[in-house]
Design a protein around this ligand. Structure first.
Ligand SMILES: Cc1cc2nc3c(=O)[nH]c(=O)nc-3n(C[C@H](O)[C@H](O)[C@H](O)COP(=O)(O)OP(=O)(O)OC[C@H]3O[C@@H](n4cnc5c(N)ncnc54)[C@H](O)[C@@H]3O)c2cc1C
Length: 476
């Protein structure tokens, strides 16, 4: 009975947060610390949104999106979550690239990339320094007309191999392309380059357990399996939400759902200005993904020299359209060694991720869909054989996720893995100007996406909601 999930819920809250992605969780936690009454509603049976996990027989636990994030997460987790969460963030030191242009291993930070660019790629040290300085100085208010391709052409003309080294991981991390604004590349790239790539020791299951404990400790009313059907608006002001047919009032509502579904479905076009609706409709969604999850039998091992993250490709050159093609040539492998979950039985797992287009999967008949999924598993096993020999005999479990899987579990339109393209940010920021007390916090653009971007956007929006609530009291 769906209603049970709302048992004991109050009629009215200061804030209702729709969705428990990292942005939604962070908004809820910060506002609860401000002593606001917060209700967090998640439609899935697990918290975390794309930052979640699942368990399979024999104790295998797979992470969906715990592949790597920048060091900035330490500060955000310490300030807005707990010291224990911040202290569990550890570096992944073994990042590998393997493609027809080059094969190398790096710690993925500025020092090591400078060394590689100068020694291996024979780039003038002054150019390398100028490139890093330019990327680091970029900020959100800069010129948005220069594209990433133009930025690379300025520093590394004709060097497709260098572009591949610099761009491939970022495209994987947030779906950005050479045609996107250079600032979105520069900010994310510099975030990683500051100290390297990091992960959460204990896995996403432990992270979410700690976060849920903290939310409850701070008084957040957390409800899963609660799909919000509508956001209620009266006289241009947010009134609350409709969930499982029940009306719940709120002074403010924060949607962590997909930007376009928040505006066009949860609220509805009629409540916004015409021009705003048109702009929202024109926002492009980011691409989706496929993943193949592989667990080795207990006792089977992968040598740690295989790497933590491996960007592998058989494509002769780096091309965005090739990264999205169903004829997969590029795969990013995340290797999970027993140190990922030191408190659990030792397990070796691999997740292969590939950017993908929703339309290549969405409209297949069930039989064809299942066959295509199986094909994805088979081709992935063939491809990974190079790095993990005899994998088929050593496997305990393998399964695939597609854009349809991501759509199902997050309700994101087209199973978008990284929310919207860059222009979504301005629309997201404008939601609260259209409807008083309504806010959006979630992956928009490249900067506000990924674990760090989503969490930090949650921080920004939580502060805005708090200001809004304080202003309301002052006006009465
Ligand atoms: C395959 C893959 C790999 C990735 N790898 C990385 C990585 O290595 N590093 C990194 O930094 N980032 C990675 N990301 C991106 C990162 O996971 C996301 O950018 C981030 O987790 C998104 O957080 P969010 O707050 O925007 O919300 P989301 O995670 O998108 O969550 C939104 C939540 O809202 C809920 N919701 C939606 N509608 C409703 C409704 N009507 N009622 C109730 N609940 C609703 C959804 O169920 C969901 O839980 C990856 C993403 C994918 C798909």
């Amino acid at each position: 009975m769906p209603r049970d999930f709302l048992q004991g819920v109050r009629d009215h809250y200061d804030v209702v947060v729709i969705g428990s992605g990292l942005a939604g969780l962070t908004v809820a936690n910060i506002l609860a610390r401000h002593k606001r009454h917060v209700l967090l509603l998640e439609q899935h049976y697990k918290l975390g949104g794309l930052a979640t996990w699942f368990k399979r027989p024999k104790g295998h636990i797979f992470d969906i999106s715990l592949h790597g994030f920048p060091h900035g997460m330490v500060k955000s987790c310490r300030r807005y979550w707990t010291q224990e969460i911040a202290d569990s963030i550890v570096q992944l030191k073994n990042i590998r690239f393997d493609n027809p242009m080059f094969s190398l291993t790096t710690t993925f930070n500025r020092d090591d990339f400078s060394r590689l660019l100068v020694q291996t790629f024979k780039i003038d040290p002054n150019t390398v320094q100028a490139f890093f300085d330019t990327a680091r100085k970029m900020n959100f208010y800069d010129d948005q007309t220069t594209t990433t391709r133009q930025l690379f052409d300025r520093f590394f003309p004709g060097r497709e191999d260098v572009i591949r080294l610099l761009m491939e991981p970022i495209t994987y991390a947030n779906g950005s392309t050479l045609e996107d604004p250079a600032i979105s590349y520069g900010i994310v790239f510099s975030n990683f380059m500051s100290k390297g790539v990091f992960t959460f020791q204990g896995g996403t299951d432990r992270l979410l357990r700690l976060m849920e404990n903290e939310l409850r400790h701070n008084g957040v009313d957390v409800r899963i399996r609660c799909n919000v059907e509508k956001i209620r608006v009266h006289n241009g002001t947010t009134a609350g939400v409709l969930v499982h047919g029940q009306e719940i009032g709120a002074e403010a509502v924060v949607s962590n759902g997909n930007l376009k579904s928040t505006i066009l479905r949860l609220v509805g076009e009629d409540y916004f200005d015409r021009g705003f609706v048109e702009t929202a409709k024109a926002v492009r969604l980011n691409n989706s993904s496929t993943q193949v999850y592989m667990a080795l039998k207990p006792g089977e091992q992968i040598d740690e020299s295989t790497g933590d993250l491996l960007f592998s490709s058989t494509a002769p050159a780096f091309r965005t359209e090739l990264l999205l093609s169903p004829e997969i040539t590029s795969r990013t492998y995340s290797f999970y060694y027993p140190r990922t979950r030191p408190h659990r039985p030792p397990r070796h797992l691999i997740v292969s991720s590939t950017n993908a287009r929703y339309e290549d999967w969405a409209f297949l008949a069930e039989e064809e869909y299942q066959a295509r999924k199986q094909g994805l598993v088979e081709t992935t096993l063939e491809a990974i054989e190079k790095y993990v020999p005899n994998i088929r005999e050593r496997l305990d479990h393998v399964e695939a996720a597609t854009p349809r899987t991501f759509e199902h579990y997050t309700r994101h339109i087209d199973g978008a893995s990284f929310g919207t393209k860059f222009e979504g940010l301005a629309v997201s920021r404008d939601v609260s100007n259209q409807i008083r007390g309504l806010f959006h916090a979630g992956s928009v653009g490249i900067i506000m996406s990924g674990w760090l971007g989503a969490m930090n956007y949650g921080v920004i929006v939580a502060n805005e909601v708090e200001n809004y609530l304080m202003d309301r009291v002052a006006t009465f």
